[in-house]
Ligand binder design. Structure first.
Ligand SMILES: NC(=O)c1ccc[n+]([C@@H]2O[C@H](COP(=O)([O-])OP(=O)(O)OC[C@H]3O[C@@H](n4cnc5c(N)ncnc54)[C@H](O)[C@@H]3O)[C@@H](O)[C@H]2O)c1
Length: 339
């Protein structure tokens, strides 16, 4: 199923539930370079036989400028020019890196993505933010430029490790909590195992989540309003992620619970337990004894800070999020009281 989303001037074609084999009908393999990582390459080597491939080391620690330099050296080796098509095939680290390298090589060559992690399918590959980390600063350097296409082949997920499925569900539950009450109910009825075993339900869930994120980005590509809602759970989550050895999904899960508790204070939100039950059902942690003072110190440096206030995403109810500017002094007091 093909669907086109328009983002102020640019557009992206989404090929949902489409076999990877169809990639050669979208781009000419002689004029394309696939950028991937060793894990994805090892699991799907056969499918890549006819393609020029750049294989990178996997992991967030490689989402840095020196890897971009290596990718560009490979582009030169393949004699890539302005008509070369770059395809990022992998999780969010690869789509961020490939989109960024393609955006700066010769001042920009066209690119598309084949997301291979659940998180990349429902989140990272969508919206045009491509970039790298610098030191401790995640995604500090980058561009906003939309991929020409996204090809979704859910069968690629068969090789995805269990913990990465769980990480993907953290973002799916986030989408449901902020914007899609009906999806929240569906997730409550089903389970991770159910989706892993039912390709039809899984493909529908991915399409639905891609639509949730794409619509938000279409309305607000440059994050002046609605796109901020996607940061639900990420403000405190990122702070906790920096301080402790947790996966992104685990940190975001704790961040969502903490944001739900803050919502109780500001909006009268009364469904923290329901949110916790859903996160727990999908293998995500809902309780953590972290150093709240230290977390607040990290949080103060967050990009969403504005002078002495912090924009925080809160819930009015399930499926209904709001942005609230909270003075840092109030936030500090409240965060220290969370338990
Ligand atoms: N650009 C955006 O808007 C955006 C949004 C959200 C997240 N992100 C970024 O995405 C990254 C996280 O994405 P991620 O969780 O996909 O991380 P990732 O790319 O590191 O993938 C997670 C792990 O799964 C492996 N993997 C991926 N697909 C596989 C498959 N099909 N089979 C076997 N192994 C597979 C990878 O090799 C890696 O080890 C972060 O860098 C984050 O900043 C970007």
């Amino acid at each position: 199923m093909k669907k086109r989303y328009r983002f102020s001037g640019e557009y992206t074609d989404y090929y949902f539930n489409t076999s990877f084999a169809n990639l050669e009908t979208i781009v000419d393999s002689d004029k394309a370079i696939i950028v991937t990582d060793e894990n994805v390459f090892r699991s799907h080597k056969k499918r890549l036989d006819n393609w020029n491939v750049v294989v990178l080391k996997p992991g967030e620690e490689f989402k840095v400028q020196s890897t971009v330099d290596d990718i560009i050296a490979q582009f030169i080796h393949f004699e890539a020019d302005r008509s070369t098509f770059v395809i990022g095939m992998g999780g969010g680290v690869i789509t961020d890196l490939a989109g960024y390298a393609a955006s700066v090589y010769m001042r920009g060559v066209p690119f598309g993505f084949v997301p291979t992690s659940l998180l990349a399918m429902v989140d990272a590959s969508i919206g045009g933010k491509n970039g790298i980390d610098v030191g401790v600063y995640k995604n500090l350097v980058g561009v906003i430029r939309q991929p020409r296409f996204l090809l979704y082949d859910p069968s690629l997920l068969q090789s995805l490790p269990e913990q990465e499925w769980i990480n993907g569900f953290a973002e799916i539950i986030k989408h449901a909590a902020i914007l899609d009450k009906a999806m929240f109910r569906e997730l409550e009825k089903r389970s991770l195992e159910f989706y892993r075993k039912d390709p039809v339900a899984l493909a529908k869930l991915i399409t639905r989540n891609a639509a949730v994120k794409s619509k938000v980005v279409m309305n607000d590509q440059f994050e002046k309003g609605e796109r901020r809602l996607l940061n639900f759970g990420h403000t405190l989550g990122h702070a906790i992620e920096q301080l402790y050895e947790l996966s992104h999904g685990q940190a975001i899960s704790i961040g969502m619970i903490e944001a739900a508790k803050l919502s109780e204070h500001f909006t009268g939100f009364a469904e923290t337990r329901r949110l916790a039950a859903l996160l727990d059902k999908y293998g995500l942690p809902v309780q953590m004894d972290y150093d709240r003072m230290e977390a607040f110190d990290v949080l103060r440096m967050d990009k969403k800070r504005n002078a002495n206030e912090m924009r925080f995403i809160l819930l009015n109810g399930i499926g209904e999020a709001i942005v609230k500017s909270i003075p840092l002094t109030t936030l500090s007091k409240l965060i220290k009281q969370l338990n």
